[in-house]
Design a protein around this ligand. Structure first.
Ligand code: FMN
Length: 501
């Protein structure tokens, strides 16, 4: 069987950035340089339906829908949500039903279609590889989402924020359109409870299809133990790893051992959180380093340590092609330029309980007062936790939902302190804020790595925008000591040798 390590590998992986920051435009722009572009697979269902309700500027969603292999399903999604010219500014976005263990059919269809659309657009017009990133912890959508992305030919699946032991086997089964299952984590579950989610591709297919290509599977990890567990216990082939350190943007793995915080309440990481790279080499699988690798020097260091390359997020999050809305992008870049930008590792903000890095920017929910003033409502629900009700059913709760509701579901009051509605905020950050009562717009939240302060190296002297290709050129350019231009022609993967031995 073919091994990933025997193929040409990308030196730069543009990390998946949800919600909608690493969208199809960014992943395509990176892929066109010959490096790996990755779309975020988180919340794509609601992103698609909001883009359609915004009138689908440019017609991209509808173009991709026209290529979806099940036309009746695509038509159902388009007909229900597309609004020619866009919704009225004061009108709220229509929402789809919340996830459940046994997913409503309409939601599964939306997930399949939305994941297809994002990958299809990212792959349009070139022949380079494209990947998709999922958070393991957001479990209910996995089965339908992965099938949708495979229908569009996703080349890589990257998954972190949990232990994705049961994903590689799903890829093998979907390659032949066979049914797959996924175990839902349910707090308080008892032996004998049925926690298995099921997905049967043939229940959704509108005709026969040839087998699908099995994507390469990269697990995103923060410890050697987790890497070894994945290799030994996964239900199928793991093809490589992303090793993500605590300076990376987005959610971070919590520090190991007893929690210690600095004087502003950020978690402190220590020696135990450092991954042993020679030990990673022993596993014989390619790996990429993530978290503060946004410079040519860092890329060289990663290669010297045996990595196949690096995964970078922050530098791409603020480039012209990213989905981050423009006013936020400009405001942050101004702060970078004048040296006032600040990233806070917030232990409490995310209902996942993982530390979440938040850029401090007025008008976003990085402002605790603004976040506290928000009327609590949970209508997106990606970060809800499944729990067993006293009657033995499975329900969902979120520490950011109305407090009395959360408590009535057995949640603990301490859990609600400092929690923010990350789902609604992230949706606002990519330009699709929900509007409440015709006037109140949800505010956004920007996440970024600690490397944000270093972004100056990408911004042109005149302060104008920089592009994904500029980031790739900076990351790879330093490897050419002769000063030769970097060969980044579309269709020409730029490949470097790693040195594990
Ligand atoms: C805006 C933003 C959103 C992110 N969202 C995700 C995500 O949804 N899933 C994920 O696995 N990693 C996420 N990350 C982490 C990146 O994929 C990548 O590993 C990380 O940014 C690398 O470190 P750097 O930020 O120092 O470049 C995010 C990072 C950023 C900056």
């Amino acid at each position: 069987m073919e091994k990933l390590s025997e193929l040409k590998l990308p030196t730069v992986i543009q990390g998946g950035m949800g919600v909608g920051i690493s969208n199809w435009r960014l992943a395509r722009a990176v892929a066109e340089t010959g490096q790996l572009g990755v779309v975020s697979g988180t919340a794509l269902d609601r992103v698609l339906l909001r883009r359609l309700q915004d009138g689908d500027p440019g017609g991209h969603m509808r173009r991709a829908l026209d290529h979806f292999p099940f036309p009746a399903m695509a038509a159902r999604v388009r007909d229900k949500y597309y609004i020619a010219g866009g919704k009225a500014p004061a009108a709220a976005y229509a929402n789809s039903a919340q996830f459940a263990k046994d997913m409503p059919r309409e939601v599964s269809e939306l997930l399949i279609v939305a994941n297809f659309v994002e990958i299809w657009l990212a792959r349009e017009g070139h022949s380079q590889a494209v990947g998709i990133n999922y958070l393991e912890k957001v479990q209910p959508p996995h089965l339908a989402s992965i099938y949708g992305s495979m229908l569009a030919g996703a080349d890589y699946i990257l998954m972190g924020a949990g232990i994705p032991l049961r994903v590689p086997g799903i890829l093998d089964r979907y390659a032949n359109h066979e049914p797959a299952t996924y175990p839902l984590y349910v707090a308080g579950a008892k032996e004998g409870d049925d926690m298995t989610m099921r997905f049967v591709p043939r229940d959704f297919m509108e005709g026969d299809l040839p087998p699908l290509r099995r994507p390469w599977f990269l697990a995103i990890i923060a410890s050697n133990t987790l890497a070894i567990t994945m290799v030994k216990k996964a239900n199928g082939r793991v093809d490589g790893f992303i090793i993500e350190g605590p300076t990376a943007g987005g959610h971070n793995a919590p520090p190991r051992g007893k929690l210690q915080v600095n004087d502003i309440g950020e978690p402190i990481y220590g020696e135990r959180d450092v991954v042993d790279l020679p030990k990673m080499c022993e596993l014989g699988l390619p790996f990429w380093l993530a978290g503060g690798y946004g410079s040519a020097e860092q890329v060289r260091a990663a290669l010297a340590a045996g990595a196949a390359g690096v995964q970078v997020g922050t530098a791409f999050a603020f480039c012209a092609e990213s989905g981050l809305r423009d006013d936020y992008k400009q405001a942050v870049l101004r702060q970078v330029a004048d040296g006032t930008v600040r990233v806070f590792t917030d232990r409490l903000a995310s209902p996942t309980g993982f530390p979440f890095k938040v850029v401090q920017l007025d008008g976003t929910v990085s402002d605790n007062e603004l976040a506290e003033a928000r009327h609590r409502i949970c209508d997106l629900g990606y970060l809800r936790e499944a729990y067993r009700t006293p009657e033995g059913a499975i329900d969902f709760r979120c520490a950011s939902e109305p407090i009395s509701l959360f408590l009535s579901k057995g949640g603990a009051i301490e859990e609600t302190v400092g929690r923010k509605c990350v789902c609604n905020a992230l949706m606002a950050t990519v330009g699709h804020p929900q509007i409440r009562a015709g006037k109140h717009l949800e505010a956004g939240i920007i996440t970024s790595g600690d490397d944000l302060t270093e972004l100056k190296r990408f911004v042109p002297a005149d302060g104008s925008a920089y592009h994904a290709a500029d980031v790739v050129a900076v990351l790879l350019g330093g490897m050419l000591n002769s000063g030769d231009p970097v060969d980044l022609l579309p269709g020409e993967p730029h490949v470097t040798e790693s040195s594990c031995d």
